[in-house]
Design a protein around this ligand. Structure first.
Ligand code: ZN
Ligand code: ZN
Length: 112
């Protein structure tokens, strides 16, 4: 079900809208991966991690997190492996896992 949603037109629209919001609200010339690697991020090259599946297609801006594919993979790996995170709701687990990958030394990260 989640898989179907992420491929849906509503999700595609929300992603495009999110990018517009991010660029216009924060006047950022370039969106970057927030996973700690600081790689330049775009819809084409990166992912948007969803912190909530409650409002499909109308997610709050802050419930979408721009991550490169490598950091996104790390995030999900941590969320799956960490027993403590598995007991949290998706948003809390996401931000806890995000804090962990942000503090991971870059040298330990796989090259993209
Ligand atoms: Zn994700
Ligand atoms: Zn990254």
């Amino acid at each position: 079900m989640r898989q179907e949603f992420t491929r849906s037109a509503a999700w595609r629209r929300r992603k495009l809208q999110w990018v517009e919001e991010e660029l216009s609200w924060y006047f950022a010339p370039q969106i970057r991966c927030v996973g700690g690697c600081q790689r330049a991020w775009s819809l084409a090259s990166g992912d948007l991690h969803l912190c909530s599946y409650d409002s499909l297609g109308a997610e709050a801006h802050d419930d979408l997190i721009p991550l490169c594919v490598s950091c996104h993979t790390d995030l999900h790996m941590i969320m799956e492996r960490d027993v403590r995170l598995r007991q949290m709701d998706l948003r809390d687990a996401s931000f806890s896992a995000l804090a962990m990958i942000q503090s991971t030394p870059k040298s330990l990260k796989r090259p993209n």
